[in-house]
Each structure stands twice: as structure tokens, then as C-alpha cells.
Design a protein around this ligand. Structure first.
Ligand code: IMP
Ligand code: MG
Length: 190
């Protein structure tokens, strides 16, 4: 048995990971609340949770288990055209849904809404496939950045402008596996 160590047992260096923006306890409590609200709002239906890969994967796993309904899940992967730092709103579908949306109550599960342009495209796209309803459940919304008005029915937390990592969110593929959300201090994040 190796002795307990202060770095949690040999984790990678975390010099780039700054202050905690949302703690694990706060996330757990809010996800439970969101799940209870969705359970109430969608009682008697079988909602289809559509997670946008890859950032929403942990949120989806926890949220789906906090919903006491026969939910189904599906995944989409998208990428924005244009340069890497600004979302152009023109979205390319890299992986499409497997499920037919006709008559389904769809809840789009997103990690973070920044400009909102990606989501805006997705909503139109999903609504055009005959879904009975399309709602959004976003873990995070960055304050003051949305370029398009969004009707965000479920929001976990509003956060300041800092680039964040953890709980599914990455910078260059890293730090998705942190159990909390932290400020990224290793650059501009892009
Ligand atoms: P939007 O189209 O500008 O709203 O782009 C939102 C997407 O950008 C999110 O789904 C994330 O994939 C990514 N993103 C935005 N802000 C952050 C962040 O602070 N950390 C990690 N990914 C982010
Ligand atoms: Mg994303």
C-alpha cells in the first residue's frame, strides 16, 4: 500500500487549475434540484435527453440519474465553422442522433452556453425534425455573453467570464475528469 499523499495520490500537476468556481457539493445539490424539476415538469412522458459531446458527458450521467422518469439518451457531436475562438453559429454535425425525434420531448443537455450560437443552431435543427418540444438544460451560462436570446428552461449556474475546466469541460482535451469546476489559469483557454 502506498502512503497517503497530499496531492491525492499521484495526480497530474494542477498548476493551471485556479480557484474553484463551482464546488463538487454545489454541483451535486444543483443537479439533484434540476433532476427533481425535470421529473415534475415531464411527468407522464419519456423525455429524450440529447447530450452535446463531449463536454456534457458527465453532466448527462449525473442528471439522468437524478430524473425519476423513463428517460432515453442520445448523443450529438457538432463543430462550429470559423476560427477556434469564436463560435460562428454555422455548425457542422460530426455525429448525428440515432433516435427519431418525431413526437418526442427533447431536452438538450449542454455543458456551457457562451455565445449561444451553437445552441441556437441546434434548437432549430432539432425542432425541424418534428420533436413535440425542445427544451434546454445547461449546467453553466457565462454571464453577459449571449449573442442570441435563448429560452434556457433549466440552468445550473451563471458564472463570471473566466474560462473554466472540469466536470466535463476541457482545455485542449484536459481536465474533464475534475469533480468540480475551476478557473483555467494557463492562458486564454483556447
Ligand atoms: P457557444 O456557441 O459560443 O455558446 O459555444 C459553447 C461551447 O464552447 C461549449 O459547449 C463548450 O464546448 C465551449 N466552451 C465555452 N466556454 C468554455 C469554457 O469556459 N470551458 C470549456 N469549454 C467552453
Ligand atoms: Mg460543448
Amino acid at each position: 500500500m502506498s502512503p497517503a499523499s497530499t496531492d491525492g495520490g499521484g495526480r497530474a500537476p494542477v498548476a493551471e487549475v485556479g480557484r474553484t468556481i463551482v464546488s463538487e457539493e454545489q454541483i451535486n445539490a444543483r443537479v439533484a434540484e434540476l433532476g427533481a424539476q425535470i421529473t415534475e415538469d415531464f411527468a407522464g412522458t419519456r423525455p429524450l435527453l440529447v447530450a452535446v459531446l463531449r463536454g456534457a458527458y458527465i453532466f448527462l450521467a449525473d442528471l439522468s440519474r437524478a430524473i425519476d422518469l423513463q428517460v432515453e439518451i442520445d448523443f450529438m457531436a457538432v463543430s462550429s465553422y470559423g476560427n477556434a475562438t469564436t463560435s460562428s453559429g454555422v455548425v457542422r454535425i460530426l455525429k448525428d442522433l440515432d433516435e427519431d425525434l418525431e413526437g418526442r420531448h427533447v431536452i438538450v443537455v449542454e455543458d456551457i452556453i457562451d455565445s449561444g450560437l451553437t445552441l441556437s443552431y441546434l434548437r432549430r435543427n432539432l425542432a425541424n425534425r418534428g420533436a413535440a418540444s425542445v427544451d434546454v438544460c445547461a449546467l453553466l451560462v457565462r454571464e453577459g455573453r449571449q449573442k442570441v436570446d435563448q429560452d434556457l428552461r433549466y440552468v445550473g449556474f451563471e458564472i463570471p467570464p473566466d474560462f473554466v475546466v472540469g466536470y466535463g469541460l476541457d482545455v485542449s482535451g484536459r481536465y474533464r475528469n475534475l469533480s468540480y469546476i475551476a478557473e483555467f489559469v494557463g492562458g486564454d483557454g483556447h
